[in-house]
Design a binder for this molecule. Structure first.
Ligand code: ARG
Length: 581
């Protein structure tokens, strides 16, 4: 993606080679390091390459920096360069260039984001709860983070396949079916409706009975065999169980406004035997304790013994590892994925490292061509700093957690009371409540644990959804008050005041923010970007009068561009903007 920083990097690349022709062959481009300047009054960007070249060139870094500066083609982009400290180059961008970039963003429906040269097929495996179990807060994090990444890549112009890898297959279904046949036969013949809460209770009860009752244990095992051999009755029971679970998950996806294609573990069932045989043929499988295993270098368990990827259990059954091997193969071979992203809790990091390595060995993927990412995230903690639970100690049902957030948002809106109709309050409370849950999650560095607090996430100050949604509303308020048809404005954006330039610079760096997330998959970069955008907008609005000035119209355009970026940015986070609040 062409960004301001990548353009400057090219200039510096050329300058370094012009100044030091001896570096020309095998030039290591990573030496060209351009970073945003933390102190904006010193310059907009900074180049740190001189320090990195001292060893190679055996010269004083300040002299290197000076030589680089002499060779930089400033063009229409760079206003000035100056060497500071041990050899930093501070880079100031021409205001005219920033102005053009911001004007282009204003005029461009894609907000200055170029279409990718080649659109990629990106598979994102996220959410992925387990049938007959409640979705838990870990699945909520996966859903929110995965959806944000999907929205980002979709906006950038890629072809995203959003997959819900539901845990809908396995031996546990045997117990559940056996139990339900005995206790609630009408549910299994389809003549009685039920819900996931009941299913979860039966699931727990079936486990208990399995451990205590030998005859029941036999029956359960027979059900597993029946299910795996494709017996019609067993399959029907299984699909009813899946449907009940699916309905409950869908409720959560609807309220979150998240789209997913269900492709659970069962989807890969027909290919598992083939995949295991194929892995054996490729000489990757070793039998250990009767189980078929792949041993990979560098993986050991707590006792220091080799940790296998088990592709077939000693009883002949397949498991989570087998399905993931089959899935990765299918995603490359049949979906032609260019990139595959898995979003799960950090606890599964080893599992994915092993899957990726084994898939490479089996030639299911060539990681030189296809990028594989496991996107791990930390735990959700309650206000007490422990794993998130409800007061009763039970794990809170996600749907309750979300409706609570909306309810709290409603109360807050009532307290603020700005003479809104009840209908408006309901709509806004939904956007605010759900937006706050998502934003709170995404704004934390995802690998850390995050503390769930309604109170904190619904605050109108600080780095929250409410603050940003309100900033967006405020811009609309300004526009409504001035009441000029923005599309009819003839003037162009003209950045003059330092606060305007600072806001313009930030707007022009939207693509840089998005680009960085495509690499490290950290959504908090976008929340940080948007929070800074709101702060810079507020500074601009404090320092620069809009209404009734000679600059009114050009400044209205700057307001509008800010609003567009804010709306698009929030949209990528899955946060809905409203016009009033
Ligand atoms: N069902 C799993 C869980 O609840 C997550 C599945 C993630 N995706 C995958 N391809 N393994 O932890």
């Amino acid at each position: 993606m062409k960004t301001m920083v990548s353009t400057i990097a090219i200039f510096f690349n050329d300058a370094i080679i012009a100044a030091f022709p001896q570096l020309k062959d095998n030039f290591d481009e990573t030496i060209v390091e351009i970073t945003p300047n933390k102190q904006e009054n010193r310059g907009h960007y900074q180049c740190n390459s001189a320090m990195r070249l001292t060893k190679i060139l055996k010269k004083n870094p300040r002299d290197i920096a000076a030589a680089i500066c002499e060779n930089v083609d400033k063009g229409d982009i760079i206003e000035s360069l100056d060497v500071a400290g041990p050899g930093f180059v501070n880079i100031t961008i021409k205001t005219s260039y920033l102005t053009t970039l911001v004007q282009n963003i204003y005029e461009d429906p894609r907000l200055g984001i170029e279409e990718p040269e080649k659109s990629q097929k990106i598979v994102i495996d996220f959410s992925s709860p387990n049938t007959a179990k409640e979705m838990h807060v870990g699945h909520l994090r996966s859903t929110i983070i995965g959806d944000c990444l999907a929205r980002l890549f979709e906006f950038l112009g890629h072809d995203v396949l959003r997959l819900n890898h539901i845990g809908d297959w396995g031996t546990a279904f045997g117990m559940l079916i056996a139990y339900m046949k005995e206790e609630v036969p009408h549910v299994l013949d389809g003549s009685e409706d039920t819900d996931l809460t009941h299913l979860v209770t039966w699931y727990k009860a079936s486990k208990k009975r399995f451990d205590e009752d030998e005859t029941f244990k036999k029956k359960s095992q027979q059900e597993v065999v029946a299910l795996q051999s494709g017996d019609g009755n067993a399959l029907k029971a299984w699909s009813i169980i899946c449907e009940i679970s699916r309905n409950a998950y869908q409720e959560v996806y609807d309220i979150l406004d998240v789209k997913l294609i269900e492709r659970g573990e069962s989807f890969y069932n027909p290919t598992l035997a083939y995949v295991v045989a194929d892995l054996e043929n490729k000489g990757l499988v070793e039998v250990s304790g009767g189980a078929k295993c792949i041993f990979l270098e560098g993986f050991v368990n707590r006792e220091g013994n080799p940790l296998p990827l088990m592709v077939q259990k000693s009883d002949g059954g397949y498991n989570y590892d087998t399905t993931d091997m089959a899935a990765i193969r299918q995603r490359v071979e049949e979906e032609h994925a260019d990139r595959i992203i898995y979003v799960t809790d950090a606890g599964q990091a080893t599992h994915f490292k092993m899957i990726f390595q084994a898939a490479e060995k089996a030639q299911y993927v060539d990681t030189k061509k296809i990028r594989l990412d496991h996107v791990p995230f930390g735990l959700v903690l309650g206000p007490d700093g422990k794993k998130f639970k409800t007061r009763s100690g039970e794990t809170e049902r996600l749907i309750d957690l979300l409706t609570n957030a909306v309810q709290r948002a409603k109360e807050i809106l009532h307290e603020r009371d700005n003479a809104m109709s009840e209908e408006d309050i309901t709509t806004i409370a939904e956007a605010l409540g759900i937006g706050s849950v998502k934003y709170a999650d995404l704004s934390c560095h995802r690998t850390g644990d995050y503390t769930f607090s309604y109170e904190r996430m619904l605050k109108f100050e600080g780095n929250t959804a409410a603050y940003l949604m309100y900033s967006y509303v405020r811009i609309h308020g300004i526009q409504r008050k001035i009441n000029v048809d923005i599309t009819a404005i003839k003037e162009k954006i003209n950045l003059q005041h330092p606060s305007e330039i600072s806001l313009g610079l930030h707007i022009a760096r939207f693509n840089e923010a998005l680009e960085s997330i495509t690499r490290d998959l950290l959504p908090n970069r976008l929340t940080d970007y948007l929070y800074n955008l709101a702060e810079k907008f507020n500074a601009f609005f404090r320092d620069c009068r809009v209404e009734g000035t000679a600059e009114q119209n050009q400044r209205l355009l700057l307001c509008e561009t800010t609003a567009q970026i804010m709306r698009q940015g929030l949209n990528i986070l899955g946060v809905t903007t409203v016009e009033r609040m």
